[in-house]
Design a protein around this ligand. Structure first.
Ligand code: BES
Ligand code: MN
Ligand code: ZN
Length: 499
């Protein structure tokens, strides 16, 4: 794999920019050049002004035009930003990501970007630099591990320079975004890794490695220890696979050890066949992404450590496969959870909430100040918010506010759903304490959360259902086809401001 491009901010005159390309943003039909741009234009024989006059460049969203100048800068690239009134940080991010991809595919090795031209009065330089860094690094992501011919991209960008007029130092902002982008991209890599490779044991070893490199504490429990701990729901799901389960706990201490940790729990099904309630084609495809919550959680711990955030974290990830076998668990089975609750099984494809039941109860035992779980829990998440946003639910208003606030800052869209008491009716069991799904398939996302609520022992809790947003079908803007790294940006923004 190629190294990620390195990003820096520089205060220099535009005319002194070096490298393959200099990017200048233009809003639709707004072509008057600032004094800085005029100076650049004059230095290049008014090539920009006359190009704009004589070409059909409109400044539309997605429009990119290259002017070959062949001086210390090879090309000047005009980037359309669309109507200024509609411009926001999403538009900026996708424009930067898209043009980064284009330049990469045209064999660009380095480019500069003129910050002032991507700005409007709505945002400040710091957030702009953060989003430019994050979106170029995310947009340039490619998963090539299994391409025997171009495992190493022959075309890749080594250096990105943000040119500014300001004396401010942006180093911390670039560092933050580079670390977060790296966490997002490593999450994508491991989630994209096929299920015959990324088994529970493989992912647990990966976590150990991550811990060693970034100073995290790591404990891995194997199938015998899981049995000894009596995690009956987790074991029920895992028992149909020859790839044995692992239970991974990562800890990060960034402040006084006496301060209660924040717990992050991630669903880690390395492949979800549905079990005896097998998923038919094509629904069984991409079910390697069912480990997305666990993998995101691990990289959130890593990034927190790299950024030395002043918090304590405990990350809990149950890892197993949901398979069909003579030993598989069945509908009608009754399993006893880690917290001793009995659970009537109705559909072996609702396995995520079972492994999470035990992981949440374990996390609650660590007495954290809050628990947040990340899970590819339901297909119903697609009905609620489509591909655009991620539904979440919470028992605690303060946590919900933190998540909403982080959503605005990170640009990862989330929407809160209610946990009304009435939903509890639907999961009453005739023979056990609770059943894990409702009979009618009503309110799928909410019923999933309503079941999980039984295992958090009144600790402030939020559940984030990335069933849909874990995966992208499109290659566009900051998205690349495949795993998205969902919740990494969101929760890093939340942890960064945690009080
Ligand atoms: N991992 C799936 C959720 C999922 C399905 C995510 C499709 C993305 C696309 C989960 O384990 C599952 O199978 N959930 C069932 C629950 C149902 C049986 C109550 C679902 O959503 O269909
Ligand atoms: Mn399932
Ligand atoms: Zn699943």
């Amino acid at each position: 794999m190629n190294a990620a491009p390195s990003v820096r901010a520089l205060k220099i005159e535009l005319i002194k920019a070096k490298g393959d390309a200099l990017l200048i943003g233009f809003f639709k039909e707004k072509f008057s050049l600032s004094s800085e741009l005029k100076k650049l234009d004059n230095g290049h024989g008014n090539i920009i002004g006359s190009f704009i006059k004589n070409s059909n460049f409109k400044g539309e969203k997605g429009e990119v035009k290259t002017i070959f100048v062949n001086k210390n800068i090879k090309n000047i690239v005009l980037v359309g930003l669309g109507e200024e009134e509609k411009y926001n940080l999403d538009a900026l991010s996708n424009a930067v990501a898209d043009v980064s991809k284009k330049l990469r595919d045209n064999s660009t090795e380095s480019f500069s970007l003129y910050l002032e031209s991507f700005k409007n009065s709505k945002f400040n330089d710091e957030e702009l630099v953060e989003k430019i860094t994050l979106s170029s690094l995310m947009g340039l992501y490619k998963f090539t591990e299994y391409k025997t011919k171009d495992k190493n991209n022959k075309k890749y960008i080594k250096q990105i320079t943000i040119i500014t007029n300001s004396d401010k130092k942006f180093d911390n902002h670039i560092k933050y975004s580079s670390v977060v982008a790296d966490a997002v991209n490593k999450t994508r890599d491991l989630v994209n890794t096929p299920p015959n490779v990324a088994t529970p044991e493989y992912v647990a070893n990966y976590a150990k490695d991550l811990a060693r490199k970034s100073n995290l504490k790591c404990a891995v429990f194997d199938e015998k220890q899981i049995a000894r701990m009596k995690m009956g729901c987790f074991m029920g799901v895992a028992q149909g696979s020859v790839n044995k389960p692992r239970f991974v706990v990562l800890e990060y201490y960034g402040t006084d050890k006496k301060q209660k940790p924040i717990a992050i729990v991630g669903k880690g099904i390395t492949f979800d066949s549905g079990g005896l309630n097998v998923k038919p084609y094509p629904f069984i495809l991409n079910m390697k992404d069912d480990k997305g919550g666990a993998i995101a959680a691990m990289h959130i711990a890593e990034a927190s450590a790299r950024l030395k955030l002043p918090i304590n974290l405990v990350v809990v990830t149950p890892l197993c496969e949901n398979m069909i076998d003579a030993a598989s668990y069945r509908p009608d089975d009754v399993l006893t959870a880690y917290n001793k609750m009995t659970v009537e099984i109705r559909n072996t494809d609702a396995e995520g909430r079972l492994v999470l039941a035990d992981a949440l109860a374990y996390a609650a035992e660590q007495k954290p100040q809050a628990i947040i779980d990340i899970a590819t829990l339901t297909g119903a998440s697609m009905i609620v918010l489509g591909y655009v946003g991620t539904p979440f639910l919470s028992t605690d208003e303060k946590i919900a506010e933190k998540i909403k606030d982080a959503s605005k800052k990170s640009l990862e869209k989330v929407w809160e759903l209610p946990l009304w008491q009435e939903y509890e009716e639907s999961i009453k069991s005739d023979i056990a304490d609770v059943k894990h799904i409702s009979d009618d398939g009503d309110a799928g996302v909410i019923i999933g959360a309503t079941f999980l609520k039984n295992f958090v022992n009144d600790i402030p809790w939020a559940h984030i259902d990335i069933g849909t947003t874990v995966w992208s079908k499109v290659d566009k803007g900051i998205l690349t086809k495949g795993a998205t790294g969902a919740t990494v940006r969101l929760l890093m923004e939340m942890l960064r401001e945690w009080k």
